[in-house]
Design a protein around this ligand. Structure first.
Ligand SMILES: *Cc1c(COP(=O)(O)O)cnc(C)c1O
Length: 392
């Protein structure tokens, strides 16, 4: 058998991630591989730290990229901060909060669950109740932007509450970073992780993280070693840390890091505020089209993520058939519903480089045509115009 080179099709990625990768990032990744202790590479790492500090809006010295996808950033936060026996309040309103619970258990902690309905933001009142009834809780963890439902929670208020009751916080911003405000220092977030392939529009496989002084102190005072050798921050810092040491820990994914560096340069060039505004504007244009069609959103307006739109599938329409048509005829990928929302919703991502007018109009026109062809009960032929009217 002879296998030749793999050439993927050119898709438009409007799902829950990965999002469309800016060609500048792919070009950056094709540059020459150098050693992970090469002085030029270390200079790039220092720049990367400053760029990540900008993206996270933090001065935290312990800000870097974990050499693995968002799930590893999540695990890095939990294995370092949770000690055996620690009570951890986990607010869950979708799939990813459930994974946080798994991480607590596997780190030897005790989960205090605070559950909200899928599609709703985390309820601060419920968190406060849990904090009152568990005065010995050590940590509060929640997902800022629940990619499984499209709900945005009020991170500032939740962190404030946690601190009021003496807890540190772990916040998942995999989908929020770059798409909506994430203000680490202003909100006082203690430990945070994100991902490269959502609103940063880089290739998947890297997870930016940041830890403040309080989180670092808890880690340095641990009585038991971190159960994961690879993710133990005390060891990782020997490579990413300040000063000249830069000891070998693992071989950094050199070219992948060139890509993240470029993604963050692009974000800096655009500016955080304009990036957040762009995501909001394209969401509103999509909404205009979706509503003109007669379709609705799962999440109430005030808690809606502009970068992840969860739209209710009209009665009698076959979820998978529509997504297959979008992929085959339009090279366009959207996401299916997860968990309790499976087959009930589509998840339409407008993340990073993919959050643009062309994609909004392409998707609306495609969905309109496919649903009309299937005889679905929608207002046909009006969605694209409604979005265009919004842009005008
Ligand atoms: C995508 C995602 C993750 C996991 O990131 P991976 O890169 O797929 O490991 C975690 N949390 C949220 C909210 C996500 O959207």
């Amino acid at each position: 058998m002879s296998v030749s080179s793999f050439h993927p099709p050119q898709r438009t990625l409007m799902g829950p991630g990965p999002s469309d990768v800016n060609p500048r990032i792919l070009e950056a990744m094709s540059r020459p591989t150098i050693g992970h202790l090469d002085p030029e590479f270390i200079r790039m790492m220092d720049e990367m730290k400053a760029l990540l500090q900008y993206a996270f809006q933090t001065k935290n010295a312990l800000t870097m990229s974990v050499s693995a996808p968002g799930s590893a950033g999540m695990e890095c936060c939990f294995v370092n901060l949770v000690e055996p026996g620690d009570k951890v309040i986990v607010c869950q309103n979708g799939v990813f909060g459930g994974r946080m619970k798994e991480n607590v258990v596997r780190s030897g902690g005790i989960v205090i669950p605070v559950d909200d309905e899928w599609g709703q933001a985390v309820d601060p009142a419920k968190l406060e109740d849990a904090l009152k009834t568990n005065p010995d809780a050590k940590l509060v963890a929640f997902v800022h932007a629940e990619t499984s439902t499209g709900a945005l929670s009020d991170a500032k208020t939740l962190v404030e509450l946690a601190h009021k009751y003496g807890c540190l916080t772990i916040v998942d911003t995999v989908t929020s970073l770059g798409g909506v405000p994430v203000l680490v220092d202003e909100w006082g977030i203690d430990a945070i992780y994100s991902g490269s392939q959502k609103c940063l529009s880089c290739t998947p496989g890297l997870s930016p993280v940041s830890f403040n002084a309080a989180a670092q102190e808890k880690i340095s005072k641990r009585k038991t070693p971190v159960q994961s050798w690879f993710l133990d921050l005390n060891l990782v810092m020997g490579y990413w840390g300040e000063g000249a040491k830069r000891a070998y820990h693992h071989t950094a994914p050199i070219n992948a890091l060139y890509g993240l560096h470029e993604a963050l340069v692009i974000l800096q060039e655009e500016g955080l505020n304009p990036a957040w505004e762009r995501h909001q504007r394209n969401h509103l244009a999509l909404r205009a089209g979706i509503e003109a069609m007669g379709l609705g959103f799962v999440v109430q307006e005030a808690d809606r993520l502009p970068q992840l739109n969860t739209v209710t599938i009209p009665e009698g329409v076959d979820d998978a058939a529509v997504r297959a048509r979008l992929l085959q005829d339009y090279n366009l990928e959207i996401g299916a519903g997860l968990g309790t929302l499976a087959r009930k919703v589509w998840r339409i991502g407008l993340m990073g480089h993919a959050s643009n007018k062309t994609n909004v109009l392409l998707f609306l026109g495609a969905l309109d045509s496919i649903l009309t062809g299937m005889g679905a009960n929608i207002n046909s032929g009006v969605a694209v115009q409604a979005a265009n009217d919004f842009y005008a």
